[in-house]
Design a protein around this ligand. Structure first.
Ligand code: DON
Length: 325
């Protein structure tokens, strides 16, 4: 080092330690893949690219055919664009491993490429990682090995509650006063109006919309679900529940398919993107409804217990996940 004017000193070498890192674990068509995590990008990218490939009938493609090389190039482009922005030494940088290695993210990224033409790399950016804590209420559904179930919704109402933190205690005070009807006909932050029944009085609790719900079938737990979303909690839970009980959907579809919402006042039907087709929108307007787009309605986290066993599903609208231990 000294002879070649290098920068590394004997202290640098003494200060260097090897560190144990968690491996990256994924699956590909029934195989389990175990590989190296950051500070290598290898494991993350291998799992990410295999997740993308799982969406294609790769078996039917001839190795190194045009189709195969095109596909590899396109998915590698997507993965390396993420590598450039999202990955680095985890002692210095928060690596969004869960996002990059999830099957949902892989499928979503594939929307950017086509199987016909090369996508210019300049048009491909890294995916966005929403690492901000949600401003929302939280709902979780749980079941233990004995089959006991619970649905829990908890909230301090709006983002950071009343924005006052309790010194030294580490938590915010809520602003649940907004759930009261402050004056007849005056909407709260969710546009809900109320009257005497929900007026502010000493010792009175405000009217919530939280809907932690357990559905029994033949006296046994069948569906456990709930959601954040203020006034939209109730309608989100209703639609997910109907999707299972009436429309016979899988839990994934029941939770993730686009929803609609209305709440008497404001007098409107709110709809998520792709929830209603153009014919339906036109007919609703013809029928006298006011329809308005809405970014997202609810965030349902649910467990379904049926003849196929247990399924858990976290709403892709937010930072939700399902876990089994
Ligand atoms: O109890 C209620 O109905 C409200 N405090 C819930 C607020 C809420 O869900 C905020 N998050 N989106």
């Amino acid at each position: 080092m000294r002879k070649n004017n290098g920068f590394i000193s004997i202290e640098d070498l003494k200060n260097y330690d090897s560190v144990y890192r968690e491996p990256i674990i994924g699956t590909y068509k029934g195989y389990k893949i175990i590989s190296m995590g950051p500070p290598s990008s290898g494991g993350v990218l291998i799992v990410q690219m295999l997740n993308m490939l799982e969406n294609f009938d790769v078996e039917s493609m001839k190795r190194n055919s045009t189709e195969f090389v095109h596909l590899l190039t396109e998915i590698q482009r997507l993965a390396y664009a993420d590598r450039a922005t999202h990955l680095g030494d985890p002692d210095f940088w928060e690596n969004p491993i869960a996002m990059l290695t999830s099957k949902e993210y892989a499928t979503e990224r594939l929307g950017l490429i086509s199987m016909k033409n090369a996508t210019p790399s300049i048009e491909i950016a890294h995916g966005t990682w929403n690492n901000k804590e949600s401003m929302e209420t939280t709902h979780y559904s749980v079941m233990d090995k004995a089959g006991n179930v619970a649905g829990i919704t908890t909230t301090i109402n709006l983002s950071y509650g009343n924005k006052k933190i309790v010194d030294g205690a580490g938590f915010f005070l809520n602003n649940e006063m907004d759930d009261f009807s402050s004056k007849p006909g005056v909407p709260n932050s969710f546009g809900l109006v109320g009257n005497e029944a929900n007026s502010i009085e000493p010792g009175k609790r405000p009217l919530s919309s939280m809907t932690p719900t357990i559905v029994l079938k033949n006296k046994k737990p069948f569906l456990i679900l709930g959601s954040p979303g203020g006034s939209r909690i109730i309608t989100s839970v209703l639609q997910a529940l109907l999707n299972i009980t009436i429309h016979n959907m899988s839990l994934k579809e029941a939770v993730s398919l686009p929803r609609v919402h209305s709440q008497w006042l404001p007098d409107a039907v709110y709809f998520e993107e792709n929830s209603l087709n153009d014919d339906v929108k036109e007919l609703l307007i013809d029928n006298g409804h006011t329809i308005l787009p809405f970014s997202y309605i609810g965030n349902v986290n649910a467990i379904l217990i049926n003849e196929n066993g247990y399924t858990g599903y976290g709403d892709p609208r937010g930072e939700n996940t399902a876990k089994g231990y």
